[in-house]
Design a protein around this ligand. Sequence first.
Ligand SMILES: [Zn+2]
Length: 242
Amino acid sequence: MSDPSLLDDLVAANRILADQGVLDAYGHISARDPARPDRYWLSRSMPPALVTAADLLAFDLDNNPVEGGNHKLFFERIIHGEIYQARADVMAVLHNHSPSLIPFCNSDTRLRPMVGNAAFLGEGAPVFDIRSIDDGGDLNVCTVAQARGLAHALVQHALVLLRGHGAVAVGDSVRQCVRRHHCRNQRAPADCGDATRARAFPHAERNRICPARPAQGPRPRLAALEAKSDARGRLIPRKQIK
Ligand SMILES: [Zn+2]
């Protein structure tokens, strides 16, 4: 059993980041367990604004839940395990789709610190383009190869932007992660500048990512996303997803 204060911090982080607009229905924050560095804690798949301690689950660094159970899980949790494997110094990982960051994900304008308390951004946040790994997906991070590519792009930075998607931030504690993102979230809109002229996706790429909806039946892309975890929440390789 983990330190209750760690889980309390993680619950508070979910609520605060949702309130600040950093997390939406799909973002998530995790904490590495200091007593078991080979494990991390993350909520089951649910809106961050509603997370309680009972919703937090332990995962190994291959992103499998330690306990069984019939929980619906975030398929992008693969980001967390790969970063914890790549960075022994990281104790918290935050994945979000904060609207204030999106212009910097898709433009030539680098997100840079404009005030002292954003100095953790260093010379600027790198951008991970998932097409550098493969070009057949929907921009979500679904495979080990994609998550490792993301961790490689992060290197020793505190934040990496994901082209056409969002961002991943890391810290040496949950509290540091929240504090930094509160600061970053306050400043980014005012500092957008030329990033507001971000280039839109080319028409052909837009059609591939968001194909026209069929007249009947579920959207194929959403059906595929639902199938990416089996009943125990273990990830299913993309090639096995029908
Ligand atoms: Zn995402």
